[in-house]
Design a protein around this ligand. Structure first.
Ligand code: KDG
Ligand code: MG
Length: 401
């Protein structure tokens, strides 16, 4: 089963996606997501110019060997562009293997460890009252876990807050600038969760994303002040390049911590996991080397009772969402899956078999990943330059994002 062709499809049905389609001489094809939000074309070039020529003629069944060939063979290892390109190849090969064996990918990963995977939705509002209403709409739709974000008083365009229910952080054109003030942010979060607990009781899982914006000691203070409201997790409380920062946070709070959506390798996770400085690891298929590498991260995490919580924002395409759901269904130490529904255009470009019901999702039982791409329709939505916003403090200093 030799790889006979590879094609990179960039499209923008509401937002940009980079998809790899690998074909075999037997006529079976597989899809992989290679989208790196705001830096899409770098991965498209890496695949087109440097990876696809190396794949032609290789045996598509040798997934692990191809992974090692692309990783070790590059000499320059890791990094978001390299790892997203390897991820796209890896996921496309799992898709091909599933189709050729007539089995959904989760069966090849060891079979289902649960009936369905719990997901969390994104609620937000300009005020605490609006955020409570937004959480209520998720509860009405059956969600058992909801992330809640609220506008910081005096800060227009606070991270994570939207006016409808669909949150899309990237904007077309050049990078927009937003303002940030940790001094204004810190006092609003505890009352938000106090009100949410009073309104929804103790069973609803509540999550919050700090988006790397606090110093370790500020994060420790926030975690401690949220303890009475027992969050499911506090996400990315501080940037994780310096993983020792999390020792300081851990000394002060029992609020569970989730980190890793920007990680791209097991080496980024190692200290946080081995020192039990976090409770959930957020790496996902597209940014952390595909299903093959993600499974290794999960196995390391399992030793330390760290559970998975794959990133699932709208910049992770339906191809990545499908891959994540096969992984989530099968992996023993699954925690939760993030779920932000895509736009109707995106869903039309990527017909898929995964489903949502009663706060959980299932990848479906179609062979492979259970997701396809309508290439003719995708071509009607050409790539458009877009960036995530950047954040500056009130005196103009660039802030962490
Ligand atoms: O591309 C960046 C987004 O995926 C990110 O801003 C979303 O933090 C995020 C989350 O937790 O979904
Ligand atoms: Mg996040």
């Amino acid at each position: 089963m030799r790889i006979s062709d590879g094609k990179v499809i960039t499209c923008s049905p509401g937002r940009n996606f980079v998809i790899l389609k690998l074909e075999t001489e037997d006529g079976v094809y597989g899809l992989g997501d290679a989208t790196v939000n705001g830096r899409e074309l770098a991965v498209a070039s890496y695949l087109n110019d440097h990876v696809i020529p190396l794949l032609i003629g290789r045996d598509a069944r040798r997934i692990e060997d191809i992974w090692q060939f692309l990783y070790k063979g590059a000499y320059w290892r890791r990094g978001p562009v390299t790892m997203a390109a390897i991820a796209a190849v890896d996921v496309a090969l799992w898709d091909i293997k599933g189709k050729s064996l007539d089995a959904p990918v989760y069966q090849l990963l060891g079979g289902a460890s649960r009936d369905a995977v719990m997901v969390y939705g994104h609620a937000s509002g300009e005020t605490i009252d609006e955020t409570i209403e937004s959480v209520g709409r998720y509860v009405e739709r059956g969600y058992r876990a909801v992330r809640a974000q609220c506008t910081v008083p005096g800060m227009a365009n606070t991270y994570g807050v939207t006016h409808g229910d669909a949150y899309e952080p990237a904007e077309r054109g050049l990078a927009p600038e937003t303002q940030w003030s940790s001094e204004r942010y810190l006092p609003i979060v505890p009352p938000l969760f106090e009100r949410l607990r009073a309104e929804f009781g103790s069973e609803l899982h509540l999550l919050h994303d700090v988006h790397h914006r606090l110093t370790p000691i500020e994060a420790a203070r926030l975690g401690r002040s949220l303890e009475p409201h027992h969050l499911f997790w506090l996400e990315d409380p501080t940037p994780a390049e310096n993983q020792e920062s999390f020792r300081l946070i851990r000394q002060h709070t029992t609020t569970p911590l989730a980190v890793g959506e920007v990680f791209n390798s097991i080496h980024d996770c190692r200290q946080l996991v081995q020192e039990q400085l976090i409770d959930y690891i957020r790496t996902t298929a597209v940014h952390a080397g595909g299903l093959s590498h993600l499974r290794k991260i999960a196995s390391l995490a399992e030793l330390y009772q760290v559970r998975t919580g794959c990133h699932g924002a709208t910049d992770l395409s339906p191809v990545c969402m499908a891959a994540a759901l096969h992984f989530d269904l099968s992996v023993h130490n699954f925690g939760i899956q993030e779920y932000m529904p895509h736009t109707a255009e995106t869903d039309r470009v990527f017909p898929h078999r995964y489903t949502f019901a009663a706060g959980s999702m299932h990848p479906g039982d179609a062979p492979g990943l259970g997701v396809d791409i309508d290439e003719a329709l995708a071509a009607t939505f050409p790539y458009q330059r877009a960036y995530l916003p950047i954040a500056r403090r009130q005196d103009g200093t660039m802030h962490d994002w």
